[in-house]
Design a protein around this ligand. Structure first.
Ligand SMILES: *Cc1c(COP(=O)(O)O)cnc(C)c1O
Length: 463
């Protein structure tokens, strides 16, 4: 029996708009349009309640690294739930899956990161980061060293601290954000903001904004710099090659902590276990989530370098911070099963040496399309910048976002999930995607670009 008979789409949609407030959603517009009901996932494929199939080019939401529908994870979760579904880690108690996961993460992370603080999501991880870096400096007798520098158009989550660290203007316009003690510097977005500088020159300029900010504020007031190795939600901003080495120099020269938000880049996305390794950075803290469980259950964490752990463990008073679900045994069991798959199927190496290069070659070739001003990709995370008048990258479409949305809608109709950020198209497929599925993705993306281009020609938005 087709699944459409099992899922009464119209009724589900009506109940959805009556009761369900969706995240990052214009409630009124969604109620008018109705949401797609996703009912099943297997590998890189999704199916909706009408039986339509989609190639999931976004790995859920940057997280389903091992693909959908993995039995191994479901079984591990089932076994753990029967044994001990939940217990807390607050009052001198602990549990085996959380211990094993902490041990595993210490093994997988760069050598100097050997401790982890668990939480429920990426946003919570970054809330913990804010608390922990301030606690670190206070423990060292510098409570006034509490400002955290982040970047415009960064995404660090949606809680008060996460959204404050993030540099998304629309998010700051609601609810009195950012919270005090957060400063922002420009992002290394050469295509959009590089002016007439070369990528190399612009990368240096953007990195030096960190140094200028530290000097303007005074080093004795700056606690940390936080950044995504590659900005995800901001539009897959891949920094010029000069950027991270210069940031590393600046962080080395000044006594501040460096926090890598690895929520997207972690667990193989770049072809290394962590984006920091891809760029040769040595973070003092790493926020992790998403690929940690491949989204099978919610879980996040903050990995802590020995330099920081020594202080907060050795000298600190009690750290008054924790979540009921810190070290949740069932979520930890899901994470362990997920990491086992990533290791046993060599997914990180596969992204570095096999599917990564295979996919990149075809993705970068989309840069030849008349609508595409730039195609970029590292590992299995990439973007296409749509422009009205190639080769100019300075001219943009009016009403930013309209063309991206148009293209995304074509994409959905072609059975491909791509995400639009402004007028660029974003891709971040499961790391298990096969060569044939990669070919299929590129075929659907090409058709989508052609249809978008034709539509824009017709209404005069491109010549
Ligand atoms: C998704 C994301 C977050 C927030 O994670 P949630 O689990 O949605 O709270 C934080 N940082 C980055 C880089 C992200 O992509």
């Amino acid at each position: 029996m087709p699944s459409s008979n099992l899922y009464p789409t119209a009724e589900l949609r009506a109940a959805d708009s009556r009761h369900y407030l969706h995240p990052f959603t214009d409630f009124k517009a969604l109620a008018a349009e109705g949401a797609r009901v996703i009912v099943r996932g297997e590998g890189v494929w999704l199916e909706d309640s009408d039986g339509n199939r989609y190639l999931d080019g976004m790995a859920g939401l940057w997280c389903s690294n091992v693909g959908h529908g993995r039995r191994e994870i479901a079984d591990a979760v089932y076994e753990q739930m029967k044994e001990l579904a939940f217990y807390n880690s607050f009052f001198k108690t602990t549990n085996a899956p959380a211990i094993r996961l902490a041990e595993k993460l210490a093994e997988l992370a760069p050598a100097h990161l050997n401790h982890v603080f668990f939480c429920g999501s990426g946003s919570e991880a970054n809330d913990t980061v804010v608390r922990l870096v301030r606690h670190y400096w206070a423990t060292l007798g510098k409570p006034g060293k509490d400002i955290i520098i982040a970047r415009h158009n960064a995404y660090h989550g949606s809680t008060m601290a996460g959204a404050s660290l993030g540099g998304m203007k629309p998010m700051h316009s609601q609810g009195g954000l950012p919270i005090p003690g957060i400063e922002h510097i420009p992002q290394p977005y050469w295509f959009g903001e590089g002016g007439d500088l070369s990528p190399a020159e612009f990368g240096l300029w953007a990195a030096r904004q960190l140094e200028a900010k530290i000097e303007a504020l005074g080093e004795n007031r700056v606690a940390a710099f936080i950044a995504e190795p590659i900005q995800g939600a901001g539009g897959v901003i891949i920094p010029p090659e000069t950027y991270w080495p210069e940031i590393k120099r600046i962080c080395g020269k000044h006594d501040i902590l460096f926090v890598a938000d690895e929520v997207i880049c972690g667990f193989g996305r770049t072809g290394r276990w962590f984006g920091s390794e891809y760029y040769g950075m040595e973070p003092d803290l790493m926020s992790i989530a998403k690929g940690l469980t491949s989204g099978y259950l919610p879980m996040g964490g903050v990995m802590v370098a020995d330099r920081v752990a020594d202080v907060v463990i050795g000298m600190g008073e009690e750290f008054y911070h924790g979540y009921t679900y810190s070290g949740h045994p069932t979520c930890a069991a899901a994470a362990l099963a997920n990491l086992k798959i990533i290791q046993e199927e060599h997914l990180v190496e596969r992204v570095a040496n096999d599917i990564g290069p295979y996919f990149q070659k075809q993705w970068l070739a989309l840069g030849d399309h008349p609508l595409v001003g730039e195609a970029r990709m590292v590992g299995l995370i990439g973007a296409l910048e749509l422009v009205p008048n190639k080769p100019s990258r300075h001219e943009k479409f009016a009403n930013t976002g309209d063309v991206g949305t148009l293209c995304r809608d074509f994409s959905f109709n072609n059975g491909l999930v791509m995400r639009a950020t402004r007028d660029s198209m974003i891709i971040s497929p499961p790391l298990v995607i096969s060569h044939a599925e990669a070919d299929e993705l590129i075929k659907r993306a090409t058709l989508t670009l052609d249809q978008t281009y034709m539509a824009l020609k017709k209404d005069g938005r491109v010549k």
